[in-house]
Design a protein around this ligand. Structure first.
Ligand code: ADP
Ligand code: MG
Length: 246
């Protein structure tokens, strides 16, 4: 078992953002995590990546209890995550941004640079290596966020809406990139609103609603689950038709 998250909960004051979440991930899996806005998906990632401690529960990664470990320890052990709102160094080049990640494993500047250049090529950013991050459009920014994390050489990659805001063609390219990352041996948990992405990539899906896990299973079964349709798909369908989501 690569990741075992048991009964993970997180409250903010009296507000329960995440209640008793369970997720076991085997090495080599791609697991989807879906649910409406505010369901607790990013909070769960924050707990698994060590960005915030859970209020209760236990998280074990590769046999090590990381429940209360720092984000730096999580990264060193091999948990990498993208952020919904990337913390990019805007004035810095793509190369320098990716090198920040590469320094986790490579302490010599030349080694970090070489590793970053590999990741930049792999993520399709080669032509933009020296460009400042601020010059990037949405697809470039999404790729840079993924490249920055890949440079830390994660065993487990948590993608938090890393494909949001892309056009249909860009989504297909991003799906291909996720597949190539997976083919390199990286285990993936992916949060994504675009159902096609989840159905295409995930072997297994977990559904959160208001902090609780309301369903889990094979993607096709889960999207046909009445509780999921009610909590998630129904709202999105309503919104897609122009109605306001609650
Ligand atoms: P999702 O990623 O599924 O959209 P989040 O995990 O970001 O949901 O948020 C779940 C709930 O927890 C939301 O109601 C959000 O407002 C709340 N929340 C998240 N982080 C904090 C925080 N640092 N302080 C207070 N409330 C928070
Ligand atoms: Mg989120």
């Amino acid at each position: 078992m690569l990741l075992s998250a048991r009964e993970v909960s997180r409250s903010f004051g009296s507000f329960v953002a995440l209640a008793n979440a369970n997720l076991d991930v085997e090495e080599g899996e791609i697991v989807g995590l879906i649910g409406p806005n505010g369901a607790g998906k990013s909070t769960f990632f924050n707990c698994v990546a060590g960005d915030i401690p859970p209020s209760a529960g236990r998280i074990v990664f590769s046999g090590t209890d990381v429940t209360r470990a720092s984000a730096a320890t999580h990264a060193r052990l091999g948990i990498g995550r993208t952020f919904q709102v990337p913390a990019t160094f805007e004035e810095m080049s793509i190369l320098d941004n990716v090198m920040v990640g590469a320094f986790l494993r490579h302490h010599q500047r030349g080694d970090a640079r070489a590793a970053a250049l590999d990741v930049i090529e792999f993520t399709g950013l080669k032509a933009l290596t020296e460009a400042p991050a601020k010059s990037l459009g949405t697809p470039g920014r999404k790729r840079l966020e993924i490249a920055r994390v890949l440079a830390t050489e994660p065993k487990l990659l948590l993608l938090d809406e890393a494909l949001a805001g892309l056009t249909p063609v860009e989504i297909q390219e991003a799906i291909a990139l996720v597949r190539r990352i997976h083919a390199r041996g990286v285990t993936i948990v992916i949060v994504e609103h675009i159902m096609e992405v989840i159905l295409t990539l995930a072997e297994r899906v977990l559904v959160f609603n208001q902090g609780a896990t309301i369903a889990s299973g094979r993607p096709r079964d889960v999207v046909n689950d009445p509780a999921v349709i009610e909590a998630y798909l129904g709202r999105r369908h309503a919104r897609d038709r122009g109605a306001h989501a609650p």
